[in-house]
Design a protein around this ligand. Structure first.
Ligand SMILES: [Zn+2]
Length: 58
């Protein structure tokens, strides 16, 4: 089962702790059929393109 990260275009970007740029977005993890799985935070500066795995929170 593959999941995709779908950025919410209406979400508010917040400053990223890693790169300092205000490009940290709330994103949804969705299955291929569009079923939402969970939420995650994605910085488009640190991770501009492909997402092979969802980030793991320790
Ligand atoms: Zn960043």
């Amino acid at each position: 089962m593959h999941t995709r990260i779908q950025l919410d275009p209406g979400s508010t970007a917040v400053p990223c702790e890693q790169c300092g740029r205000p490009t940290l977005h709330v994103a949804r993890l969705v299955r291929e059929d569009g079923t939402p799985v969970s939420h995650t935070m994605v910085c488009t500066t640190c991770h501009p393109r492909r997402h092979r795995m969802p980030p793991r929170v320790p």
